[in-house]
Design a protein around this ligand. Structure first.
Ligand SMILES: Cc1cc2nc3c(=O)[nH]c(=O)nc-3n(C[C@H](O)[C@H](O)[C@H](O)COP(=O)(O)O)c2cc1C
Length: 382
């Protein structure tokens, strides 16, 4: 199997599984506890059906949308995810270039392995920085200042990761960052010689955005989960979020909002967007799926703030359904990470192209010329 055999999310996942040592594959693939929320995030899209219209002249289709202050070519972008260097030795460089080429937003994490400054120089495409509030508030200020200097267009603050979720697959596989050869994991590294060779012969793993600020940056001697639990601040509150919104002063999303109540508070503190998200089922298991929460949040605040649907998106029709309920755009994580693991920049470009083609074809079949034509009248719940 190789890239040309990848036609959809499941194919990219399969190829990534083949390429990656198993602790790393399972770090991407897994959710928390019983992984109920992880599964539900995608299943929930099947609770409704699309109702197409015919004979609408769909010879010209406009997939573009404007979100987080940026016009993007199609309504799906790359949610920020940690440590791309683990999945492919070109790391965030590959992901950022593919997003730029495909005309969509590249989200990069506080926990990235390529620095804010390097991403700023590398891509002219729209860039979103994902902030975590650390116990050391100087670090948060420093990240915001650096994003301004590097030409980032928007920021999101992740608020669902006050402590790390219980990722039991990682306990079983012995996942650690940087990856460590242990007796248990040895076989999986030996049986993936290409990944292991690339990992060992390219630049050293580091959390490039925070290495200057904390000695934990390059030598997380336990795991990223321990890092989160030691460094992220459980005392984080609405005042802290408001401080970040004001300090940034541009398009700002709160990521991890799941209730109408919190969506209203996000408006009060000056956010321009919310990302309805449960971290791809990696945090609170048993939490509702973003798609299930979308309608009530859009109905309450959709005319005052941009609503982005994050989590569970695997198909173009999932994006259409979210937009029909009032989302401005969707974002995804695992899909492009599997593609990155499978084939680097070419892989990410390929999955973005597949998703864009699916969205376009589905719009044509729905009889919609523009994303603005998608509304509740196009859906029926079972
Ligand atoms: C391997 C991995 C690492 C992630 N790292 C981060 C992160 O550093 N910050 C963050 O806000 N979200 C992170 N996320 C969550 C994504 O931003 C996004 O919310 C999630 O992947 C969406 O669900 P999906 O994977 O079903 O598309 C991560 C997700 C994965 C799979």
């Amino acid at each position: 199997m190789n890239l040309k055999d990848c036609h959809n999310y499941n194919d990219f996942r399969k190829l990534a599984k083949k390429k990656l040592p198993s602790p790393i594959f399972h770090y991407i693939d897994g959710g928390s506890d019983d992984e109920i929320t992880l599964k539900r995030n995608t299943e929930s899209f099947n609770k409704c059906d699309l109702v197409p219209n015919v004979l609408t002249d769909v010879s010209k289709i406009d997939l573009s949308t404007t979100v987080l202050g940026q016009k993007i070519d199609f309504p799906l972008f790359l949610a920020a995810t940690a440590m791309h260097r683990l999945y492919h030795h070109h790391g965030e460089r590959a992901t950022a270039k593919a997003a730029e080429k495909m005309g969509t937003i590249f989200g990069t994490s506080t926990m990235a392995t390529t620095s804010i400054e390097e991403i700023g120089k590398l891509t002219k495409g729209p860039k979103l920085f994902q902030l975590y509030i650390h116990r050391d508030r100087g670090l948060t200020d420093n990240l915001i200042e650096r994003c301004k200097a590097a030409g980032f267009n928007s920021m999101c603050l992740t608020v669902d990761t006050v402590v790390a979720g219980n990722r039991e697959r990682d306990h079983r596989t012995g996942f650690s960052t940087p990856p460590k050869l242990t007796f248990g994991s040895l076989l999986s590294f030996v049986t993936h010689p290409q990944w292991t060779y690339n990992y060992l012969t390219s630049e050293k793993f580091k959390l490039a955005n925070i290495i200057h600020m904390t000695d934990k940056g390059s030598t997380i001697d336990k795991s990223v989960i321990d890092y989160i639990n030691e460094q992220f601040d459980p005392a984080m509150n609405w005042k802290d979020a408001e401080y970040c919104v004001k300090k940034w002063g541009g398009p700002f999303a709160l990521k991890g909002v799941m209730s109408v109540e919190d969506a209203k508070k996000a408006i009060d503190i000056g956010c321009t967007a919310i990302m309805i998200s449960n971290h791809g089922g990696r945090q609170l298991d048993g939490s509702r799926a973003p798609f299930d929460q979308l309608a009530e949040i859009v109905d309450a605040v959709g005319d005052k703030i941009e609503v982005i649907l994050d989590g569970g998106v695997r198909r173009g029709t999932h994006v259409l359904k979210a937009l029909a309920l009032g989302a401005k755009a969707c974002s995804f994580g695992k899909g492009y990470l599997f593609a990155l693991s499978a084939a680097g920049e070419k892989g990410v470009e390929a999955i973005l192209k597949k998703m864009k083609d699916e969205i376009k074809r589905d719009m044509i079949l729905m009889g919609c010329r523009s994303v603005k034509d998608l509304n509740k009248s196009k859906l029926r719940f079972k």
